[in-house]
Design a protein around this ligand. Sequence first.
Ligand SMILES: Cc1cc2nc3c(=O)[nH]c(=O)nc-3n(C[C@H](O)[C@H](O)[C@H](O)COP(=O)(O)OP(=O)(O)OC[C@H]3O[C@@H](n4cnc5c(N)ncnc54)[C@H](O)[C@@H]3O)c2cc1C
Length: 483
Amino acid sequence: MTQPSDLAADAPTHVIVGDGITAFAFLETGRFAPGERVVVVGRQATQLGRGAAYATGEAGTPWRYAYLLNSPADDIDPAFARWLSQNWDRIVDRMQGRSPDWLSMAAPLVAAGDTYGVNAPREFYGDFMAERLEEIVHRLQKTGVSVSFLTDEAVSLKQSQDGLLIGLASGGTLRARSVDVAPGGPSTMRIDGDDGPFAAPSVFGHEHRIARHIEAGEEIFCIGGNAAMLDVLRLCQSLLADDDIRFVACAPDGEVPPPLVPRLPRRMTQPRLTTGHATADSFLAEVGAEIDRARADGDEMREIRAGFRAHFLDTPLSVYVPDLNEARRVPGTLRLWLRGGTRDTIQDMHRLIGAGRARVMQGLVAGVEHGPDGAVVRLVDATGTETLYQTGFVVNCAGAGPNSRFDPLTADLLRQGLIDLCPVTRGLRVGEACRTGLAAVRYLSPSVTQIGDDVMAMPLYDAHMLRAYVDRSGGRALTTPDD
Ligand SMILES: Cc1cc2nc3c(=O)[nH]c(=O)nc-3n(C[C@H](O)[C@H](O)[C@H](O)COP(=O)(O)OP(=O)(O)OC[C@H]3O[C@@H](n4cnc5c(N)ncnc54)[C@H](O)[C@@H]3O)c2cc1C
């Protein structure tokens, strides 16, 4: 692959910012002319496609391959499911003897001929994309398009007479005719005291420290009940036998999400919804009734969630709720109603709850204090009453929230008003086809909640949806009229 220093200074340049699956999709679907050069700028640019979710794990650690995709492989990407099936022997080799015993959890599906249904380790999805990336770069190079990878952080963007100027954290500047920005979502929200002797602000990148406390037999307390909490449970399972685990998850609703269980033959709920709702409440009442109907027909959360996702990809929310302000009130509720997670881990979690090794508490964590040999968590219940809870080690799995921070380029685009924040969803708004205030710049990340006049009915923290929206955004950003 070409390095940026090899590039002819005058060749027209398209810049892609980010190294996750959205940036990958911008490269994959881009329509580039012969002679054009494309520069991918990312914190780990050569790992394009992996991003935060599908990163290469640390060799030799027990928790490598422990973190799983939240959905059956074919719900993420049918091409990935095929790849898994074709590489199955290699995967069995890699997963042999690992704890938790992923191969045993996969065995019933494999026996039924349904490898497409497994919750694959996330790193394998990254491996699949690494292979795809080689093919894409090769294809582009054959047509005279050069692709290079620049490990750096984009911090600013402005339009000049010479084109778009992208400022880099290293101090340099890139000039481009068009830019696609795909920097991922904002940071996890910070909670007072979440980084200290007995607390980590995230599981990712803090595994060694957390592992020492798990191995010492301490209780591990997760703030939040979603996907990252399930990763912490897998981290515990990779280090200890079930009987030695002590695990607590604290979530506002006190619930574990339902598992997404694949069944054969695959089917999806087909929502029947009427158009022209004047209010979010009226539409949500109808969606609620459709979910109840689907359940009564025997559909489980995988079928319901996949069905609604496919439906809203085909039919935007504006068809049902034309008033934008009302439409913006829909996703918050749908996110809760349609949430689901990794089959393997959720089933393990219930087993561990049954065995008294894990439990779920209801409440909000207001802060963490550090004692001489453990943490004290300040919990607030639904009535606003604060109580204290003594535990071993706390991991912040709360996800994005009010004090989350965007990456510097997103912050710069917001400052310039090229994209903006929706006051209702607190997500980002971009224009039609992911365009920003500059026609030659597109933006897409999981934190986008509105594209043009379409409010996203379901959150974009979903690889399939991000790829779908890149695909329909038209191949590449418009270039400026004089190009
Ligand atoms: C831990 C985790 C697990 C997940 N699991 C699943 C799952 O199982 N299934 C699913 O469908 N979805 C999952 N998701 C949701 C996920 O957000 C999307 O699926 C998708 O991976 C997001 O891709 P992205 O490219 O938009 O963002 P990211 O994957 O976040 O990638 C953005 C990348 O850009 C880099 N970057 C950011 N700012 C800059 C900048 N200014 N300059 C240069 N580089 C920058 C970042 O370092 C990052 O690597 C998961 C997310 C996380 C965080």
